[in-house]
Design a protein. Structure first.
Length: 341
């Protein structure tokens, strides 16, 4: 267990926002977590768990004990006729896991390529992109209770996944630290190509019914699409998609379409509709607008960026202005994806 004090968090969040952690503990194993729990001062203190910092907006310094998860390791746990189970340490970069599985000849995660953040944060957010969610490939995870220090294993049902949601954002928020995650890669593999951008790529490449692209091709397409739409956090500070795509009833969807026929919307299995938050924001004229050094990305209205020297306060002032604008025009309340501290 490595303890640091008065540590700058600017390089620990992809937005590049200024903040300081009074106490930071680097977690490289389950044993480190138990040492924190049993520590006379750190044990009783409030905890804040940080992975890659790609889903957080710091508006102030962190006074809670910050646990920086850096647990490594990648391995195949089990090979079955219907699936392969792989396991990754919570501190592994998510994209590194996706690339590793493909390198092992194990397809199934290619639609989730280039999503920033760590493996341990993926179940918390139930990350998803291009027609696939983590829950679709989830097997189980290991975590340590931050009160008792006991290790627990949670299956998919106990994680209670929802759209960008899980039990770790509700009942277990700040109470449990994920150490390892296991994913189920199905056999036989079939490409997930329902997303419009991927369908276009298939058409452009000459793939037709009965002739489908391989996993590596889908991986390359997803990386190409994301790089064309989303800024690299290493170049422009950002936290990816800032708002969740709102889910509305059929009646609400029809009401908006009656006023804005070009509304981008997607039907869901339960009869509701998911609206494209980026389209709603763009329709309100926010693309390229800024508050101080915080701005709406010119190529994708769903992404807020740090033009250099932005504060968390500026980011949230911009976010609230967007929320008010979208609600005023569409009657839809946008919900931020990142955790705001």
């Amino acid at each position: 267990m490595h303890i640091e004090t008065a540590i700058s968090l600017r390089d620990c969040n992809t937005f590049g926002l200024p903040a300081t952690a009074a106490t930071l503990v680097r977690i490289t194993s389950e044993a480190d977590v138990r040492q924190v729990v049993n520590h006379p001062e750190l044990g009783p203190a409030p905890k804040f768990i940080l992975g890659g910092g790609s889903n957080v907006v710091f508006t102030r310094d962190v006074t809670a004990c910050l646990l920086k998860v850096e647990i490594t390791g990648l391995r195949v746990v089990e090979e079955r006729a219907d699936a392969v189970i792989v396991e990754a340490g919570a501190g592994v970069r998510w994209h590194d896991l996706v690339a590793w599985t493909l390198g092992q000849g194990l397809p199934g995660l290619e639609n989730l390529a280039l999503i920033p953040g760590t493996v341990g944060a993926a179940p918390v957010q139930n990350i998803g992109a291009y027609g696939l969610e983590l829950a679709d490939r989830f097997d189980s995870l290991d975590a340590v209770d931050l009160i008792s220090g006991r290790s627990v294993t949670l299956d998919r049902a106990r994680c209670r996944f929802g759209y960008r949601d899980s039990v770790f954002k509700r009942e277990l928020a700040g109470k449990s630290l994920i150490t390892r995650v296991r994913l189920r890669l199905p056999r036989p593999w079939q490409p997930v190509l329902e997303y419009l951008d991927l369908q276009r790529k298939c058409e452009e490449a000459g793939f037709i019914e009965g002739r489908l692209p391989g996993a590596r091709q889908v991986f390359d397409w997803v990386c190409e699409i994301r790089r064309a739409k989303l800024p690299d956090p290493a170049v422009i500070g950002n936290a990816g998609s800032f708002f969740k795509n709102p889910v509305v009833s059929l009646e609400q969807c029809r009401d908006i379409i009656a006023r804005d026929p070009h509304l981008v919307h997607y039907p869901m299995d339960d009869g509701q509709f998911k609206l494209a938050a980026g389209w709603l924001i763009d329709a309100c004229g926010w693309k390229g607008k800024s508050v101080g050094a915080a701005a709406v990305y010119e190529k994708q209205a769903l992404v807020l960026v740090n033009r250099g020297g932005a504060s968390g306060g500026e980011v949230m002032t911009l976010a609230r202005a967007i929320q008010e604008s979208v609600y005023g025009r569409f009657g839809i309340r946008l919900e931020p994806e990142p955790i705001v501290v």
